[in-house]
Design a protein around this ligand. Structure first.
Ligand code: 5GP
Length: 188
């Protein structure tokens, strides 16, 4: 059984930008596969179906959920998110990398025990988080406030993770994350 890598971090922690940067590395691309999870959220600008997420309607999501297609799923704000049960198969020979929330990550940990390597990306401060979310301008104010409230709760889970990275500087954090993945990968 190979290792499963799980990255979590609150909205605005920079995890998406981080992963994008990380997957520009040939070493990472050759060995890891970022699993697109399923969501009913509308795609943001630049997001690609089946690569960033598998986008689907709420009806489709609930139908799949009923058929027990998901290993875990969650309602976040007004939308649903879920990890498909066949994610290991999707990764082929590569190591699967999931980018999911804290509850999902802990479920994966419970199921796969030591084979699940959890990395938490935290923002330098809640102020920085707010500034980043506002700069992104992807949500209306009301949703942004909700995301911020959830983010503050999520940061409390950081201590349950094997690794915690404070994302002050994107390039530096990316290098740290890359080093962790490559090290963990060798140590089976
Ligand atoms: P966003 O809308 O910002 O892309 O994602 C909202 C939150 O849902 C993030 O914390 C993201 O990591 C998480 N998420 C994405 N896919 C899944 C999933 O399949 N399961 C769970 N539990 N969380 C997910």
């Amino acid at each position: 059984m190979k290792k499963i890598f799980v990255i979590s971090g609150p909205s605005g922690s920079g995890k998406t930008a981080l992963l994008k940067g990380l997957f520009r590395s040939r070493q990472i691309k050759e060995k890891f596969f970022k699993i697109p999870t399923f969501t009913t959220r509308k795609p943001r600008k630049g997001e690609r179906n089946f690569l960033d997420y598998c986008f689907l309607t709420k009806e489709e999501f609930l139908r799949l959920k009923k058929k027990k297609f998901f290993l875990e799923s969650k309602k976040y704000l007004e939308d649903f998110y879920g990890t498909p049960k066949d994610f290991l198969k999707k990764a082929g020979k590569k190591f699967p990398l999931l980018c999911i929330d804290v509850e999902g990550a802990l479920k994966i940990k419970k199921k796969f025990k030591d084979k699940a390597v959890l990395v938490f990306i935290q923002p330098p401060s809640s102020k920085v988080l707010e500034v980043r979310l506002r700069k992104r301008r992807t949500e209306p104010e009301e949703i942004l406030k909700k995301r911020l409230r959830i983010a503050k709760k999520e940061v409390k889970y950081a201590k349950k993770y094997k690794y915690r990275l404070t994302n002050q500087n994107l390039d530096k954090t990316k290098e740290e994350l890359k080093r962790i993945l490559l090290e963990e990968m060798k140590d089976l």
